[in-house]
Design a protein around this ligand. Structure first.
Ligand code: FES
Length: 122
């Protein structure tokens, strides 16, 4: 295990157990849930704020720009794993609420959640 190349990547990314991973629809080939500009504005905000949270508050979070999350309505769209919570209308203002409440406090931001409870999700 000492020679596992993934261990150095895990250390470099500062990943700890329980890491949350935020996927944002942005920079799409065909922007459908929001304009290209709005998606990129949200991506720039998410990228910078998560970098700050990791660096300054040691928050355990990753982010990835996804090319369409297939939920092409009222974007930008975010999904957070392992929680499998989806959010719509993810402007920078909404992203800040998601970072403060979901990522830092572990509370779902109900007003922007895409409700999947009808699928039997808790
Ligand atoms: S274009 Fe954003 S979810 Fe499909």
């Amino acid at each position: 295990m000492d020679n596992d190349p993934f261990q150095s990547l895990v250390k470099k990314l500062k990943i700890k157990p329980g890491v949350k991973h935020i996927f944002l629809c942005a920079d799409q080939r065909r922007a459908k849930c929001c304009s290209y500009e709005d998606g990129m504005k949200s991506w720039d905000y998410l990228k910078n704020r998560t970098a700050e949270l990791v660096r300054e508050e040691k928050i355990n979070v990753l982010r990835t720009k996804a090319n369409c999350l297939r939920f092409c309505f009222k974007g930008p769209i975010i999904v957070i794993y392992p929680d499998a919570v989806w959010y719509h209308s993810c402007t920078p203002v909404v992203i800040e609420k998601i970072l403060e409440r979901h990522i830092k406090q572990g509370k779902v931001v109900k007003e922007y959640e895409i409700n999947l409870r009808f699928l039997g999700k808790k």
